[in-house]
Design a protein around this ligand. Sequence first.
Ligand code: NAP
Length: 259
Amino acid sequence: MDLKIAGKRALVCASSKGLGRGCAEALAEAGCTLVMNARSAGPLEAAAQEIAETHGVEVTAVPADIVDPEGRAAVLEAAGEVDILVTNAGGPPAGHWTDWDRGDFIDALDQSMLAPIALMQALVPGMMARGWGRVVNITSRSVKAPLLPLGLSNAARSGLTGFVAGTSRQVAGSGVTINNLLPGVHDTDRIDELDDVVAAREGIGRDAARDQRIAGIPAGRYGDPGEFGRMCAFLCSAHAGYIVGQNILLDGGETFSTI
Ligand code: NAP
């Protein structure tokens, strides 16, 4: 299918690896010009070069912390006018609800709620003025059903979800859609780290922790960042203009709910 977004300019945050990279790759495959970002310059530049060579599109790499206001300003300056924004960053740490103090909550809010909101506030007005735009926020299935060790994620991402629910309806009339993609378990370094926490707690290996987790996923496997990215590219496509303010689960059926 031609997604009809060739030549559009896309900013994909936190995209040197994992889900962000999957989104960058799929948008490049659809012919978008990319601005990619991550904190570590080396892996980011390597990923940008690989994507540019594979898909023959222009890719600008901006090493910066997207959660830090100065880093974000540098990314926005390099990005200029963009048609497509994919927000992403690392996830809050796991723990127990009694562990976290105000500072931990502020950090989680900065990372998983306020940074994506600031990016939307910076870029959506331009999209509206030009009459077309797409925003996809990478959140988590934790907004549909809480993940017990990830209370910081449950809380902060719910704040972003509430913001998107209202704002997406305020901008849709100008040709701009905002939606959230909710990953379940996808095969990335972040998931390896979380599996290692379980393995250490239970005195088992990472593979055993992974098998335990897969047993609870109806699809019988972890998701792949490539399939995640292609869903993101579809939401950014010309064909997805009537999808507004949705929270789309990509979790292999792991979250049990009827609708
Ligand atoms: P990942 O494989 O660890 O990749 C994270 C990417 O984000 C890297 O490119 C990393 O590069 C970059 N990054 C992290 N913090 C950043 C920051 N402050 N500024 C700029 N770039 C930053 O993680 P992932 O699995 O793709 O997860 C992405 C997001 O989805 C996370 O918020 C995670 O909690 C959420 N999520 C993932 C899953 C899953 O199944 N994988 C499930 C639910 C939710 P640098 O380290 O160089 O900055």
